[in-house]
Design a protein around this ligand. Structure first.
Ligand code: TRP
Length: 460
């Protein structure tokens, strides 16, 4: 095992920026709006928020506690804290999840490059294409078609995927986060500003109100049809969006300095992540309703709605260009955090150099990603897998911290050796011992059951 000096985040803000950089990404801007749209809006949002607070934050704190106390990757961390036990299998489960998530996520990240390039093209040939003089309906159908022919095609998604993979690997090889931390601090706030501009445009569209009602007014009759699916997808999305349940934040936790307040960090990251998701929803849904787009469109929702918003803005193409550029960057700060899990595992547990570990990881993820670009079925299965895999990982993580790790150790980590007050401690213990494990176990069981039923209806 290599035990040299480990990289460290240089400041408190650096930690939050990096962890928020991991959390904030396509999960907020692409996945969140379409999952909300498919699951009926406000009622889903309410359940989602509850899961973030009652399960997400405790899981995140638990990951930080494990990572920082062990100073190792997820597999090594469990081996060190619980030697001779099988807990390290959780770490391995995380590494497997990392492969799957990275594969489909990088494919979607590649789509931002397609839209980036298209924006430039429209800008250059705008008189020929007539983007700005099209009606919203025309733009909408234009993009629906473009999206479909692009995603169904073979080469373009593949090329963009490979390019994104390459960027990700390059950043991970060329040393830890320093560079990224620096850019994330500037670019994430810019992304937020751009989103706010979009929100403003979207909210001032005629018919925007409908969208607000859809997003914020919980109407539980919308989830009556398939309550199980809704609840499970809310849990899965909460895990996915916070980057928890697979050891990313165990790995990042191992880079956090001893004096940093873990609870504070977790709450700030979760708040920032949730805020951005809601802002993305505020940008998308008013426009969806104003332009008569189907909120249940699925993964294409954002990719067909955004262009219509841009078209309705003056200088829309420039906005589009900036937006997709920043979205691409936001995706990168997430992909590197997923790749980091695999690389930390390969290099620390299997004794590879960082470079070799990265290349090996990229090649294997590359293979999976290529399959995702070729087959939409494969893509959908991968895209749905976090809903079960991440909660499963999260279950073991909270059980480990709640029932296995000694209370002294947990208190010591959370308080940084007595430096911080931990008046929330009993609530935390209650959540990680009982609430989170029971809720996840129940939902996971029901989720597996419902998927089996949909595969083999005769079981019902
Ligand atoms: N949370 C990121 C997003 O919302 C995606 C992501 C990064 C992730 N690292 C992760 C998801 C680890 C699950 C686990 O875009």
């Amino acid at each position: 095992m290599i035990q040299g000096e480990r990289d460290r985040f240089s400041s408190k803000f650096g930690v939050i920026a990096a962890a928020a950089g991991s959390a904030i990404g396509l999960g907020n801007i692409w996945r969140f709006p379409y999952v909300v749209g498919e699951n009926g809006g406000g009622a889903f949002l309410l359940i989602y928020l509850f899961f973030i607070a009652a399960i997400g934050i405790p899981v995140m704190m638990s990951e930080f506690v494990i990572g920082r106390s062990a100073q190792l990757n997820p597999v090594g961390a469990f081996k060190k804290i619980a030697p001779g036990k099988r807990w390290h299998l959780i770490g391995l489960l995380g590494v497997v999840s990392a492969f799957i998530i990275l594969a489909f996520y990088t494919v979607v990240a590649g789509w931002t490059l397609e839209y980036l390039v298209q924006s430039v093209k429209w800008m250059l040939f705008s008189d020929k294409i007539g983007f700005e003089s099209m009606s919203p309906e025309q733009v909408g159908s234009f993009f629906s078609e473009h999206y479909a022919s692009f995603v169904d095609g073979v080469w373009r998604p593949l090329i963009w995927f490979v390019l994104m993979m390459f960027f990700t690997g390059y950043i991970v090889i060329s040393g830890v986060k320093n560079g990224i931390e620096k850019y994330a601090k500037i670019l994430m706030p810019v992304l937020l500003l751009l989103l706010l501009v979009l929100v403003f445009r979207s909210l001032t569209l005629e018919g925007a109100r409908e969208g607000l009602i859809f997003l914020f007014k919980p109407d539980f009759s919308t989830i009556k049809e398939a309550p199980l699916k809704v609840v499970i997808e809310a849990l899965g999305q909460a895990f996915f969006s916070l980057s928890i349940g697979m050891g990313t934040l165990i790995t990042y936790g191992s880079y956090i300095r001893r004096q940093e307040n873990l609870a504070n960090t977790a709450v700030s990251v979760a708040a920032a992540d949730t805020f951005i998701a809601i802002v993305a929803g505020l940008a998308i849904f008013p426009a969806v309703f104003a332009f008569g787009i189907n909120p249940g469109s699925g993964p294409e929702l954002v990719y067909i709605t955004l262009p219509v918003i841009f078209q309705s803005m003056s200088g829309g193409l420039i906005w589009a260009l900036m937006f997709f550029l920043l979205l691409c960057f936001a995706a990168l700060t997430s992909t590197i955090s997923v790749l980091e899990v695999i690389v930390a595992y390969f290099s620390e547990q299997l004794n590879m150099t960082r470079k070799r570990a990265t290349i090996l990881a990229m090649l294997s993820v590359g293979l999976l990603g290529i399959i995702c670009t070729f087959s939409s079925d494969f893509f959908s299965v991968f895209n749905a897998s976090p809903d079960l895999m991440l909660p499963l990982g999260g279950f073991f993580i909270v059980v480990f911290v709640g029932w296995f790790l000694s209370g002294d150790k947990t208190r010591d980590e959370l308080s940084s050796g007595g430096r911080h007050r931990i008046s929330y401690y009993r609530l935390f213990v209650f959540l990680v011992k009982f609430v989170a494990p029971l809720a996840i176990a129940l939902l996971f069981g029901l989720g597996v059951y419902s998927r089996l039923i949909s595969l083999f209806p005769s079981l019902a």
